[in-house]
Design a protein. Structure first.
Length: 174
């Protein structure tokens, strides 16, 4: 026995006439511009949403330090500011200072630029595994970013010697 359709043909999905639209109302669409404000509102933040400004190191976001010259201002030092980071570019983060968003650059910008959050997590896991395999303890001693930098930029070799692009002066754009 074939099932019978009890609804009229005009009410089937995909077959809606103009008169049905006018009876139900027209959906109002809003065009949202893809600008800096929209981008800042949609970028992810940290678990707390804020970071403490350290005058010598900047803000710490996901275990990496980010710096901007704006942080030299004594009024901003030791304050908590809202932060955002780009999951597809570990070299750049953003802090809300003085009623606007400023760009902050990673300590080892040249090595972290263009690296995704996922790439960084995989590299950090590999470094922890290598460290455990050699019976060394992976310390959070402030040099973890340097080891991660050398791992990603130095051909996959994690050593404590300085390699090109790691350590030394910061290399932000501009």
């Amino acid at each position: 026995m074939t099932p019978r359709c009890t609804r009229p043909l005009a009410n089937l999905p995909g077959i809606v006439s103009n008169s049905d639209w006018s009876a139900q109302g027209i959906a109002i669409t809003v065009n949202i511009p893809y600008d800096d404000e929209f981008r800042m509102m949609t970028l992810p933040t940290t678990a707390r949403g804020v970071a403490l400004v350290d005058s010598g190191k900047g803000v710490k976001i996901n275990h990496l330090h980010y710096w901007s010259t704006t942080f030299r201002d004594p009024a901003i030092e030791r304050t908590r500011v809202p932060v955002r980071y780009d999951p597809y570019d570990a070299g750049t983060a953003y802090a809300y200072v003085g009623n606007h968003w400023i760009s902050c650059y990673a300590e080892h910008f040249s090595s972290f630029r263009g690296r995704s959050e996922r790439e960084m997590m995989i590299a950090a896991a590999e470094l922890r595994k290598r460290s455990q395999d050699h019976s060394r303890e992976f310390k959070s001693d402030g040099q973890a970013a340097g080891r991660l930098c050398r791992f990603g930029g130095g051909g996959g070799v994690a050593s404590d010697s300085t390699s090109a692009g790691c350590g030394g002066p910061k290399n932000p754009p501009g």
